[in-house]
Design a protein around this ligand. Structure first.
Ligand code: MG
Length: 250
């Protein structure tokens, strides 16, 4: 069942999302060659706690950190480590959540580390652009898979592929609520969207093939072909009109 939120609940999610969005914005300046993935985790956790909120990922299913920090061919669930230093030309995906009064926000960006290749820059842009292609269908009355189809169409038009093994999801009092929201598939299927539904829409896309494997730490997911992956995610509210993006700071 898709849980429809009250205005009061959405107000709490809006506050959680505002903080998440600002932190992701601040990371644009913080991410640079020489810092470690653990530095990113500390930055994120400190910023969330400073706002009196709780890092949603810490301890979720046993995840050991506040941020998932995934470098280059790592798709999702990278575990921050002080010895993993970023270097010029890397790309790094950071997925975070803040919980405020029991309500969760969830968002991710992929950042360039110094100067990156044209392909890497195009991949990052395609992840973001495909999210916004999906937003065209994040409206009351649309069907859930209209979003999926729009994302896939955009990604593939750029010559990239869409991860199959991980999907977007409902979000609210729990990080992962129904429904699952694949980033691929035919349009016109699944439940109809209605005002008050709250989703984490999150294209995860690849430079090469979409097959993945999980490393022996049981968390970090990498592309099987070792090519790059990028991620872009916001927490979104379905309204009577335009979708409201809770985690996007301009
Ligand atoms: Mg998510």
């Amino acid at each position: 069942m898709i849980i429809v939120k009250s205005d009061q609940e959405i107000e709490l999610m809006r506050e959680a999302g505002r903080v998440t969005g600002l932190i992701l914005k601040d990371l644009e300046d913080f991410v640079k060659p020489g810092i470690s993935t653990m530095d990113i985790d500390r930055f994120v956790e400190d910023a969330i706690r400073k706002q009196g909120m709780v890092p949603s990922f810490k301890g979720l299913y046993g995840f050991p950190a506040s941020a998932c920090v995934s470098v280059n061919e790592e798709v999702v669930h990278g575990i921050p480590h002080k010895k993993r230093k970023l270097k010029e030309g890397d790309i790094v995906s950071v997925d975070i959540g803040a919980t405020y009064q029991g309500y969760v926000s969830d968002a991710a960006r992929t950042y360039p580390v110094g100067k990156i290749s044209d392909t890497a820059a195009r991949l990052i842009a395609a992840a973001k652009d495909s999210f916004f292609a999906g937003m065209e269908f994040c409206r009351a009355g649309c069907r859930l898979s209209d979003i999926s189809h729009a994302v896939q169409t955009k990604v593939e038009s750029e010559g990239f592929s869409v991860i199959r093994d991980f999907v977007g999801h409902g979000v609210g009092q729990k990080m992962h609520e129904e429904p699952q929201i694949p980033n691929y598939g035919k349009a016109g299927r699944g439940p109809r969207l209605a005002k008050g539904m709250t989703f984490a829409i999150e294209p995860m896309i690849c430079e090469g093939g979409y097959d993945v494997q999980t490393l022996s730490n049981d968390w970090t997911v990498v592309t099987l072909d070792g090519k790059l992956s990028a991620h872009y995610e916001n927490t979104v509210v379905i309204t009577d009109g335009e979708p409201e993006l809770l985690t996007l700071a301009e």
